[in-house]
Design a protein around this ligand. Structure first.
Ligand code: LLP
Length: 470
């Protein structure tokens, strides 16, 4: 066997922090502090108390920060509808917050819709998405009285026509379109170029064709056009260009029908900061640019009556979330050419946050139960799973005296982490706890092994009964 050292890929782009107790403000929920002993507190709760009560891995959501971000969209986009994208993170408590803050809700499955309806979320403020909704989901949405079904294909239009006839009522619809622009983001979350599964293309003429079908046929109440260009986009120009192309479609529709489009939904995708070097747009600037560009476009294309909507998910649910893990193993690995890399294994991993493994996402972490003045050591935070790619944080400086049992906190963890969790290696999905000053609430409880074993229909054999200390 030939043993050869792999080339050393060791390019620390990071600067070691000057001080482990400093928090980069843009990364943490508004209620995050270090107390006088250097421990991280979330809305006044010491992380060690949260961990003692709820265990790790643990997802903590700062409720005030979540609500503030939701409100910030409604305040900065006056007259626009703001739809929270539930796929980023949804549970009953979140649906309640979104309802109380007066936002609309975007759901992308019948089951997300069921969660929203279970707290009495007004169905007329819900839109139902999906590129392959089943007839059952469509019927459920129509019967529930959702405000809008965002149709994504001609097959779906056919299915809805049958459902409308069957239920004897017209279905409110928007047509999901693709503008053909290339969004500056990871290829897995770009959704507006031609070669992918979502929407109907404006360039090919399919989008206009679908609009005309929904306009002309009595089974449909055509509300408008929906365009979502992708996710975690930090360049606002993409949104502006997509808006212009979508408005050109509105104009074509007006010319073809002499009717107007009631609403254009420009989708979500507003990027957030995961690491200190990320620079998302300030809300003021984002809304100024988008509103101005849309107004210019409406003027240019002579579109007087159309209303606008956006659909942020991550920008509302991401920053208020912090993931807490316990350090279980620390290993210094010689990676050649005089370098070593410190692998810090924590008690979660790709089963509760697959984003690093899937999108090569950047995250950072901080020592949370205490602070330290020890030497910064370039570290990689990894999980418990049987995969080399089971990485949570690729590169982060942690103090050299990091010890087993220490708690690490990863900011910007509220969106698309617990929401995309799996049971790989029979990992139990972590609890999600909401915090406000003076109170905590379990939003989702931690899974138990019994939860998983209930799914297993195999016969239980005769085995050793070994008591586990949980
Ligand atoms: N509207 C539609 C139609 C969408 O498909 C999405 C996200 C959103 C709105 C909300 O996008 P946001 O504002 O959250 O970026 N799992 C990936 C992101 C997938 C996004 C899917 N669609 C990630 O972890 O980065």
């Amino acid at each position: 066997m030939h043993i050869e050292s792999p080339p050393v890929s060791f390019e620390p782009r990071l600067e070691p922090p000057e001080d482990f107790s400093t928090l980069e403000e843009q990364l943490w929920p508004g209620g995050t502090r270090r107390d006088s002993r250097g421990e991280l507190t979330l809305a006044g709760h010491q992380v060690s108390d949260l961990v003692a009560q709820y265990g790790t891995p643990l997802y903590v959501i700062d409720e005030a920060d979540f609500r503030r971000r939701a409100r910030s969209f409604t305040e900065h986009f006056p007259g626009w509808s703001i739809h929270y994208a539930g796929k980023s993170f949804l549970c009953r408590t979140v649906a309640r917050w979104i309802n109380e803050e007066g936002l609309c809700l975007d759901v992308c499955s019948g089951n997300e819709l069921a969660v929203a309806l279970s707290v009495g979320f007004p169905p007329e403020r819900i839109s139902l998405h999906g590129n392959n909704k089943t007839s059952e989901e469509l019927r459920y949405g129509v019967k529930a009285g959702v405000g809008c079904i965002v149709v994504d294909s001609f097959d779906e239009i056919d299915r809805l026509r049958v459902i409308s006839d069957d239920l004897g009522r017209p279905v409110p619809v928007m047509v999901r379109v693709t503008t053909g622009i290339h969004a500056e983001t990871h290829q897995y979350v770009a959704t507006s170029h031609e070669d992918q599964k979502f929407g109907l293309s404006i360039q090919s003429g399919q989008a206009l064709k679908a609009l005309l079908i929904c306009h002309d046929q009595p089974q449909f109440d055509l509300l408008g056009i929906h365009s979502h260009i992708g996710s975690q986009i930090l360049e606002v120009e993409g949104f502006a260009r997509a808006a212009q192309i979508t408005l050109s479609l509105v104009s074509q529709f007006q010319d073809a029908t002499n009717d107007s489009i009631q609403e254009v939904n420009l989708g979500g995708g507003f990027g957030i900061a995961y690491v200190g070097s990320d620079e998302p747009w300030e809300m003021e600037r984002l809304s100024d640019v988008l509103i101005r560009d849309v107004e210019k476009g409406c003027h240019y294309y002579d579109i007087p009556e159309t209303k606008f909507a956006i659909e942020p998910g991550r920008a509302i649910s991401g920053p208020p979330g912090v993931a807490l893990y316990t350090v279980g193993t620390i290993k210094d690995v010689d990676i050649g050419e005089g370098f070593s890399r410190r692998y810090v294994s924590v008690d979660g991993g790709m089963s509760d946050n697959i984003r690093t493994a899937l999108y090569d996402a950047d995250y950072t972490a901080t020592l949370a139960n205490r602070t330290s003045v020890a030497t910064p050591t370039l570290s990689r935070v990894v999980g418990i799973h049987c995969e080399t790619g089971d990485v949570l944080v690729k590169d982060v400086y942690l103090p050299d005296d990091l010890a087993l049992g220490d708690i690490l906190a990863i900011p910007a963890s509220g969106a698309y982490s617990r929401a995309m969790a799996s049971n790989y290696n029979y990992a139990l999905k972590p609890a999600v706890v909401g915090v406000v000053e003076g109170d905590t609430q379990v939003m989702l409880r931690r899974e138990t092994l019994d939860d998983l074993l209930r799914l297993d229909q195999g016969e239980i054999g005769v085995g050793f009964e070994v008591e586990r200390e949980v």
